[in-house]
Design a protein around this ligand. Structure first.
Ligand code: 3PG
Length: 404
């Protein structure tokens, strides 16, 4: 389903045109320092902006979710972009009000304008259909101002939100094209193929693992983070209330399905044998079997598991990683994420195709200075959904709203 024929904005004569591009530059924010931790998604759109530099480009994007502390204005993102583009990026703290509309009208070819965080407008995430999206204020007010509309937000490919689906026509951008080609590669992997999942969104990660285990695309699944807690619990292991509370609902609804997959693919699924937790600011480790007795909340895989996973990674020819194995933002839990990303970069040198998905895991690779050695997908949840064989809103609009 990812090999659909669609139009790319670079197929058109864009010179002097006004183009609206929906991008995904949702980033990990350090709120204390008021800065973007690392910016792989911002860097990922630079080729898009380069290819459109003869046009006037207006960017629309989201940051986090309404109500969350990091659902901030996009000024920091504009500053980052300006660092790369030598000051040709403007920012307005507005979306479709008079300030935004004037700035769009005045924008000249060669300039870029970033509008404010579209998730601060609550309707963005609330529509039920494309038709409903098309009637919203965002679309009716901004559409007449543009020649072309581009969806280049691969990271949000799974969201049917107004700014992603509502425009009168929609073509793909270079980021989306690049990512869809990469997905095709992962569906026909060089063997052996290893998948590592960690972080949150446990059920999404389980579904992607299940689909690709069934399809024969995964030889070894290294499972960490909340997905590991979910699978261990479904297999009947008590992981303690402090861990269980994060996955309790998913567990209740899907226990039998998860247990069946664990049993069917028991030779291919590798769960942590030891785990790390924090006590008085120190990292301590214990066998997974003892977690409930100690009644701790775990934040990383333990040293034995890290060593084992690194050895397995060395043998792989295709590596997919989605979500960090530990809570890398915390000093005591960052060990595994950096060691494992290092092992993946070493495998890449040995000719393995390595694809890291998810903002957080991409941030780890960037922080470790390995961003150039491995392919960092801009998709976290989106990559998972597309890798689960789902027909996503992005694919639907590229098929159905192609400009002439
Ligand atoms: C992501 O970070 O996965 C994308 O930007 C989509 O964000 P969302 O899960 O908040 O829709």
């Amino acid at each position: 389903m990812t090999d659909i024929q669609f139009k790319n904005i670079t197929d058109f004569d864009i010179k002097g045109k006004k183009i609206l591009v929906r991008v995904d530059i949702n980033s990990s924010i350090d709120l204390e320092k008021n800065e973007i931790r690392s910016d792989p998604r911002i860097q990922a759109i630079l080729p898009t902006l380069e290819s459109l530099k003869e046009a006037a480009v207006v960017l629309i994007a989201h940051q986090s979710r309404l109500g969350k502390p990091d659902c901030i204005d996009l000024k920091l993102h504009a500053d980052k972009l300006n660092g790369y583009l030598g000051g040709r990026v403007k920012f307005v703290a507005d979306l479709f009000g008079d300030t935004a509309i004037s700035a769009i009208k005045e924008l000249q070819p060669g300039e870029v304008l970033l509008l404010n965080n579209v998730r601060k407008w609550e309707i963005e995430t609330q529509v039920k259909s494309i038709e409903e999206a098309e009637k919203t204020e965002l679309i009716t007010k901004l559409s007449p101002l543009f020649d072309y509309f581009v969806n280049d937000a691969f990271g949000a490919a799974h969201r049917a939100h107004v700014s992603l689906i509502g425009w009168p026509t929609i073509c793909a951008g270079p980021t989306v094209k690049r990512e869809l080609e990469m997905v095709q590669k992962l569906f026909t992997p060089k063997k052996p193929s290893i998948w590592l999942v960690g972080g949150a969104k446990a059920m999404d990660k389980f579904q992607a693992l299940k689909f690709n285990l069934e399809a024969g695309n995964i030889d070894m699944a290294l499972v960490c983070g909340l997905t590991a807690i979910l699978m261990l619990e479904a297999k009947g292991m008590d992981m303690g209330e402090k861990n269980r509370k994060f996955i309790a609902e998913d567990l209740e609804q899907n226990r039998n399905e998860i247990a069946a997959v664990c049993e069917k693919f028991k030779d291919k699924i590798f769960l942590p044998e030891d785990m790390a937790y924090e006590e008085n600011g120190k990292r301590l480790e214990c066998p997974t079997l003892e977690v409930s007795k100690l009644d701790v909340s775990t934040g990383d895989i333990g040293a034995k598991t890290i060593a084992n996973f690194k050895t397995l990674i060395q043998s792989a020819k295709t590596i997919v990683a989605n979500g960090p194995p530990g809570i890398f933002e915390k000093e005591v839990f960052k060990q595994s994420s950096f060691e494992i990303v290092d092992a993946m970069a070493a495998a890449a040198k040995n000719d393995a195709f390595v694809c890291i998905g998810g903002g957080d895991m991409g941030a780890v690779a960037e922080m470790a200075g390995l961003g150039e050695k491995i392919t960092i997908s801009t998709g976290g949840g989106a990559l998972l959904k597309i890798l689960s064989g789902k027909d996503l809103p992005l694919l639907q609009v590229l098929r159905n709203k192609m400009p002439k």
